[in-house]
Design a protein around this ligand. Structure first.
Ligand code: PGA
Length: 244
């Protein structure tokens, strides 16, 4: 059995005041799902303090593939570990499209994260054009392959994958449970012998209203939640839906 996992990706949103209020309002009622909060870098320590005695893990939204040195503006895996971070998102579509991160760079970040003991949440997903032209699974396979080329099955077992169709991120347009399941099943197959152990999250306009139908699919093990994770009440509902 894979324990469901729900991760909040706050993206470049929030403030000290927001984070304080969020944890005051967040009621997980022992949801049974593993919950991860990924705030912007400046709030990692604050969130680490707030989650210390709760069943919530800390995640980051990005990291450098380099270990240390003259890389102005970058943050290393070791630094993230140093402030109690357990998970890190790699290859989010916004990093790929807005900051030009290639699948090879994403794979280097994946490796750097694991070398420091972080659990990477590897994001993959097709654009609308790729879906409409029938290339969705090929695009996802290529993104996955860059990582598969660098790691062995035991490494994969210590990772999380998130399927996030680019056309569903922040658009209010969600993949249907069947569309998502098709891709999740495909990803699990591509992961080979590690497949059964890896949690595969769905991301893209997840809300409490569509979460239950998505989570009822055999290969959907949780969610990576953007917009709806900024509302503690709504996020709590999604976490509870994952645990049912
Ligand atoms: P969304 O974002 O839930 O706002 O669509 C998901 C994500 O980008 O991780």
């Amino acid at each position: 059995m894979r324990t469901p996992l729900v991760a909040a990706n706050w993206k470049m949103n929030g403030s000290r005041e927001f984070a304080e209020g969020f944890f005051t309002a967040l009621d997980l009622e022992d949801s049974g799902a593993e919950v991860v909060i990924c705030p912007p870098f400046p709030y990692l320590s604050l969130v680490a303090d707030r989650v210390a005695n709760r069943a919530i893990a800390l995640g980051a939204q990005n990291l450098s593939h380099e270990a240390a040195g003259a890389y102005t503006g970058e943050v290393s895996a070791a630094m993230l570990r140093d402030v109690e971070t357990r998970y890190v998102i790699v290859g989010h579509s916004e990093r790929r499209s807005l900051y030009g991160e290639s699948s090879e760079l994403v794979a280097s970040k994946f490796v750097a994260a694991q070398e420091s003991g972080l659990v990477p949440i590897l994001c993959v997903g097709e654009t609308l054009q790729e879906r409409e032209e029938g290339w969705a699974l090929d695009a996802i396979a290529a993104q996955l392959q860059a990582v598969l080329d660098r790691v062995v099955a035991d490494d994969l077992k210590r990772a999380v994958v998130a399927y996030e169709p680019v056309w569903a991120i922040g658009t209010g347009r969600t993949a249907t449970p069947e569309q998502a399941q098709e891709v999740h099943g495909f990803i699990r197959e591509r992961l080979g012998s590690a497949g059964d152990a890896v949690r595969i999250l769905y991301g893209g306009s997840v809300k409490s209203g569509n979460a239950t139908a998505l989570f009822s699919q055999a290969d959907i093990d949780g969610a990576l939640v953007g917009g709806a994770s900024l509302d503690a009440e709504e996020f709590g509902k999604i976490c509870r839906a994952a645990a049912q």
